[in-house]
Write a protein that binds this ligand. Structure first.
Ligand SMILES: [Zn+2]
Length: 115
């Protein structure tokens, strides 16, 4: 007699809380190809990764807006210091702001393909 999968399942049509043993054939470690813990774990990881990817896609426009707001702030700080050099508390702050602004501009050049 072939060994049955040792997983307990709720079958369609069965009442809530009523469970029976899986009827599929055990192929590894007493589990069927559907219920082996490794397979279950991989399936759940795949579902989670899929959900995270779709969530990232849904959030993409908002993430892009947040990024642009941050970049805008950096550039405005740089403009402020260039227009009014005495607004920088220290020369290091002015250098940092200028570096950040140049980094932002570099990403735009790489996106648009300008040199
Ligand atoms: Zn099974």
């Amino acid at each position: 007699m072939t060994e049955r999968c040792k997983q307990t399942v709720t079958a369609p049509g069965m009442g809530f809380g009523q469970r029976r043993q899986c009827r599929r054939e055990a192929v590894k470690d007493g589990y069927c190809s559907l219920h082996h813990p490794d397979v279950v774990k991989a399936r759940r990881a795949k579902v989670a990764a899929n959900w995270a990817a779709r969530q990232a896609l849904r959030m993409a426009p908002f993430t892009a807006v947040e990024q642009l707001k941050k970049e805008n702030t950096l550039l405005m700080q740089a403009v402020e210091i260039i227009a009014h050099p005495n607004t920088a508390r220290t020369i290091e702050e002015a250098k940092r702001v200028a570096r950040d602004a140049l980094a932002v501009l570099a990403t735009y050049r790489s996106k648009t393909g300008d040199s």
